[in-house]
Structure formats: C-alpha cells, structure tokens
Design a protein around this ligand. Structure first.
Ligand code: ADE
Length: 248
C-alpha cells in the first residue's frame, strides 16, 4: 500500500493526527522526526515542518526523498483574508501562491514566478492543489463532525470553503496588508508554509493538498485571536485531513 505524507507546522496542528495513529515508528532524518504508521487504516508518515518557508521546504523534500509518498497533505491554521470567513472556518486550498516573492517598489508589490533552477522552467505563480484530493476533501467535509467554534456572538459550526491560500514569511496582522492580499491575489487565507510545500511538491512531481482552518482574520487583532482560536482551528483542520486520508 502506498503511503500518504502529512505535514503540520507546529505541535497543535499535529497532536490529534499523531494521537489517532497506530503502529507508530519514528525515523530521525537530519534531526527531523518522521512518524510512520497507520491512520484510519491507511499508511501515513507524519512530520512537523516548523514555521516558515525554508523549514517547510526542508521537511517536505526530506519526506519525499525518504518515504516517496504518493501525495502530501498539509494540516494547519491560517489568517483569514476572505471577509466572509470567520475564525474557525476552514479553507481547502485550490491554488497556493507566494505573497512575498517578487519586486517591491513605491507602486507596490510585483509578484514573480519562481523558477526550477535545474530545468530552467518557470513555475506557475499559483500552484494547483491536486484536484482529486480537493474533491475528496469537499466530499469528506459534507458529513464531518467538526468542533463548534465559540465566538463573541455565539457557538458556530465552522464553514468549509475552497479558496486560494497565500504564503509569506510574515505573520500578517494588518488590515491594509490583508486588503492587498485580497485585491492582488484573491486570497481566502494567508499562512507561512503552503507555497513552499507546493513548490517543492511541484518540482518533485508529488500531488499535494493544503487545508487550513482560520485562527484569526490577519488584522490588528490577529495575535489575540490566534491565541483564542488556534486550538479549535488546528483540531478541525486535522479532522478534515483525517477524513481525506480515509477517503483515499
Ligand atoms: N497563521 C495563523 N494566522 C496567521 C496570520 N495572520 N498570518 C500568517 N500566518 C498565520
């Protein structure tokens, strides 16, 4: 049976996944811990990337090289950009783009495509998540028991939407920046690893999916909101990822 790679950036994104795994076996590669085992009857390998693009790329390439997963699924939290989304809501990534790669001048940000240095081919500006995995996530989300989110105005079942996810080495806590990400890139959510994983997977011919649950709205309150919502957000993202693995 082929193996599915699962990544998260920091421990709260991984606890539920690891606790649901059986027959776990650790492999340490270049000081990074990869946990092989079974999840919902499927073979998986789980690892923590750490925060940021370089960390994400390192863990992704090691995972691909050593475990040859047939696909990689990322589970984690993000800041909301789509004004219709609230903390706790989930975004299934359709396309993933950098928001900090390019030229910046007085007119603003000019986004550049990355390039594979070994083939000299230009990468897409937005990396496509695997459409079969997107469909599995959408299907799985229909009858999923997600934890309710306690907001100021009540207790809510999180919404699940597909959308564009953008990545930069920046924790976004500015409504002005969030407006730019919406206007320039039509982003639904912003985070700090997705596009690095996407580019690595693209250049290594590995299908991937990024699933994010919002811990905040990437505005002036983002830090405080994240402290309040990261736990439920991380758990719900992991719940959806487990359902995708099961559907596999
Ligand atoms: N992850 C969670 N919230 C975020 C934000 N506002 N910006 C970047 N990454 C995040």
């Amino acid at each position: 049976q082929s193996i599915t790679g699962i990544l998260g950036a920091f421990p709260p994104e991984l606890v539920l996944l690891e606790s649901e795994m059986t027959q776990k076996k650790d492999t340490i590669i270049s000081q990074i811990r990869f946990i092989k085992g079974e999840l919902r009857g499927r073979r998986v390998v789980l690892a923590e990337t750490g925060v940021g693009k370089v960390n994400a790329a390192i863990t992704t390439v090691l995972m691909i090289q050593h475990f040859k997963p047939r696909e990689i699924v990322f589970s984690g939290i993000a800041g909301g950009v789509d004004p219709a989304l609230a903390p706790g809501d989930l975004v299934i990534g359709t396309q993933i783009a950098y928001h900090d790669f390019g030229q910046i001048d007085d007119a603003g940000m000019h986004y550049w495509a990355t390039k594979n240095p070994f083939t000299q081919k230009e990468n897409p500006l937005k990396f496509h998540c695997d459409s079969a995995l997107i469909n599995k996530a959408l299907l799985a989300s229909k009858n999923l028991k997600l934890a309710k989110v306690e907001r100021d105005n009540g207790s809510f079942v999180p919404a699940v939407k597909t959308g564009i996810i953008v990545t930069g080495d920046q924790f976004v806590s500015s409504e002005k920046v969030t407006q730019r990400l919406l206007k320039d890139l039509n982003a639904a959510a912003t985070e700090m690893e997705g596009a690095a994983i996407a580019q690595t997977c693209y250049q290594q011919n590995t299908p991937f999916l990024i699933i994010r649950s919002l811990s905040d709205k990437a505005d002036g309150k983002a830090k405080a909101d994240m402290d309040q919502f990261y736990d439920v957000a991380a758990r719900n993202a992991a719940t959806l990822v487990m359902a995708v693995v099961e559907e596999r």
